[in-house]
Design a protein around this ligand. Sequence first.
Ligand code: PA5
Length: 452
Amino acid sequence: MKYSFTYALKENINEGISIEDIKNFQEKVDEAFDYVIKNDPAFIKLIKTDKYIEEVLELSEWIEKFDTIVVLGIGGSALGNLALHTSLKPLNWNIMSDMERKNKCRVFVLDNVDPDFVNSFYERLNPEKTLFNVISKSGTTAECMSNYLIAKKYIEDSNLKVSDHLVFTTDPEKGILREISKEENIKTLTIPPEIGGRFSVLTPVGLLSALSEGIDIKELYDGARKALDKFKKLSFFENPVKMNIALNYLYYKADHNISVMMSYSNRLFLLADWFRQLWGESLGKKFDLQNEVVKVGLTPVKALGVVDQHSQIQLYNEGPNDKLITFLQVEKFDKDMVIPIYHSEIEALSCLSNKKISKLLNSELKGTILSLSENGVPSITLSFEEINEKNVGEFIFFYELTTAVMGKLMNINPYDQPGVELGKKYTYAFMGRKGYENILAESKKPKLNLEL
Ligand code: PA5
């Protein structure tokens, strides 16, 4: 991976954060970084062991029986699977033949409970060849659990044995899924208790579906581990993670509290989705560590280049200068294409002809960076020399570490999500769950209705 901070610097964009500003802030970043590393949080601890890789590899033979894995989970139990699937497999993977996929699995993620979405799914499955991976740390999330119940009925209605087509990925001891697994003899995988969903992609949460479709999960770990070593060793101004933290924090303090991640690659687009949850849920907090109300956060936005150049760039260039944009770039694509030569007498077309389509894509990216810089809009660029397991592993770890250190600098807990839990409780109450009746107390009713 290569990291460019050039166009985030005041020296190049005429406003914003300068090298001097970063130097003045260096000590704080170093302190926060050392604090996180010293505390060895769960997302770091887990890549130091092969435990989770081995746990998943033990199921290798079993999963070969299937041609489709359906992940039933939501949020941190779904987005990592989608990010790995989309970035590390061809975009048309799920519509390839078994032979083209070399008999590896198709991977689908059923996260939402939109009936149109859920129904459309089951119309296309072959039950005998489908394995459902129910992923929930708490084992109580309403969306995941209802999708589990629907899947269970689907398996039974297909006259198949439920335990042959289900695996639970959940807390090692606690929760409903753990209990059911014991009663019904269902295979299980572990989500380490101390890890939050959005930091769990490198646990069995993300690893099983990845393995089933032929992603090299050891290489993913290797990328994350090498990144950790590198980020621990490199000096401040050579250290991409420290520079990323310093710039993100200083821009946030300078009222750039929108973090756009704009991928110039369809395959990397869902990494931006994974990042969106990590950044939003980890850093968006009402209380600080002293329990004072602070209501902090940076709003993550995902965008796709070139498409959103024709949708968002007008706003980014000329609207409020309240963003720090991170571009994702690919240097070498797996497959490229040369634009054919036609209409050579027309200059607007002949300048495209005989050039690789990747050159057009990356020229558009360079053009966007320059146009933003002329408007004083800061940007950072992360380049993947190619999209492979090692680089995706590094990317994941880079943002997990950035997020954890940002949390320390912001004096909040980046590992909890009380705002998500509250919404879950209201859902239970609306669904009539016993014990949740009082949560919809009279005082929660609107004082004034405006329904037209
Ligand atoms: O990051 C998180 O903790 C959340 O997004 C959870 O992953 C999400 O709410 C699903 O929770 P669970 O895995 O308990 O079903």
